[in-house]
Design a protein around this ligand. Structure first.
Ligand code: KPL
Length: 315
């Protein structure tokens, strides 16, 4: 039997999604290290992590290291919040070389292009990929990771170096057993996820409700409809296809399927963490402004979220 080659991965962003991929890479025999920016967090990786999935519970020893280490990074998966991408890359930039590839697996848009622009001049040879995931995972305790919902992930290239290296460079991820595909047209998938998150996340965060309430409450539903109209108007102006049916239908379907979920943005608000509003509805507003399209409902949502966060940080 031929043993497949092992590939070393580094992961920036040790939240639930980063840890989930770290566990699966380790289980597949790929040496994997989570990169931490803070020495005090290293201690929480001394003990193995319990990965609880549908029919199994496994104990996995994850390796963690500090960003300021000097070991070269060849394959980097970034699962930080979108707004933290450039800072996160700055912390390890000294470890990148022309052999490196970077894969961003995050919510929101804007950060992918910002990273491509930032590296275009000094490092055009670094392959940059991006992707979306609907895997559902959360930490039940510091030592227990629950893979609550089996979703799917899509990965694809965002610069010329990644187009050239293609799917083969991501083979180790594509063959992990998590449902993962490669799509050259990844931007359309990013837009689809952005549009769904723009319709659901901010509203649930300001109303403090589960996703299902957006479907059952007529007033929340019309707010969602108005957000969807603006997103669709922008997408049409950009010639960016979304779905082959109205966005509101898809968003209502997702909110129904995840009715009992507290969206990631509501969780951020409740835990007094910065939210992703700026890379979701904020991105929609900035793009629209450049085209002279007005997006008052998305704008109002961004402002309400901003004031919620200011209040939280003052308390
Ligand atoms: O992606 C999500 C999120 O919470 O970030 C949805 C689809 C809204 C599920 O909660």
């Amino acid at each position: 039997m031929i043993t497949p080659p092992t590939e070393r991965w580094h992961i920036l962003g040790a939240g639930a999604i980063g840890s989930l991929w770290a566990c699966h890479l380790s289980l597949a025999g790929h040496p994997t290290a989570l990169i931490l920016r803070n020495a005090s967090r290293l201690r929480s990786f001394i003990n193995p992590i319990q990965l609880r999935e549908q029919n199994s519970e496994r104990s996995i020893k994850l390796t963690a290291e500090l960003a300021n280490n000097s070991e070269p990074i060849h394959r980097l998966l970034v699962t930080t919040k979108g707004y933290d991408t450039l800072n996160a890359i700055d912390s390890i930039q000294h470890r990148l070389s022309s052999a490196s590839l970077i894969l961003l697996l995050q919510n929101g848009m804007g950060q992918q292009q910002q990273l491509a622009d930032k590296l275009a001049e000094p490092r055009p040879d670094i392959a940059i990929y991006t992707g979306i995931t609907t895997e559902g995972a959360y930490r039940e305790s510091p030592q227990t990771l629950v893979h609550a919902g089996r979703g799917e992930s899509w990965l694809g290239p965002i610069n010329a170096a990644a187009q050239q290296r293609g799917a083969a460079a991501l083979d180790s991820l594509l063959q992990l057993g998590l449902k993962t595909g490669y799509d050259q047209q990844i931007v359309q998938r990013l837009w689809q996820k952005l549009a769904i998150n723009a319709a659901i996340n901010g509203l649930t965060a300001i109303h403090g409700c589960q996703n299902g309430r957006l479907v059952s409450d007529p007033s929340y539903r019309s707010q969602m409809q108005r957000l969807c109209n603006e997103v669709e108007q922008l997408a049409a102006a950009l010639n960016q296809p979304l779905f082959n049916r109205p966005l509101i239908e898809v968003a209502l379907e997702v909110a129904t399927a995840t009715a009992a979920n507290y969206s990631s943005m509501l969780q951020d608000v409740r835990n007094q963490r910065p939210t992703e509003i700026d890379t979701i509805n904020g991105y929609i507003c900035r793009q629209a402004e450049q085209l002279g399209i007005s997006t008052p409902h998305n704008q109002a949502l961004v402002s309400t979220l901003a004031s919620l966060q200011t209040t939280a940080s003052e308390n």
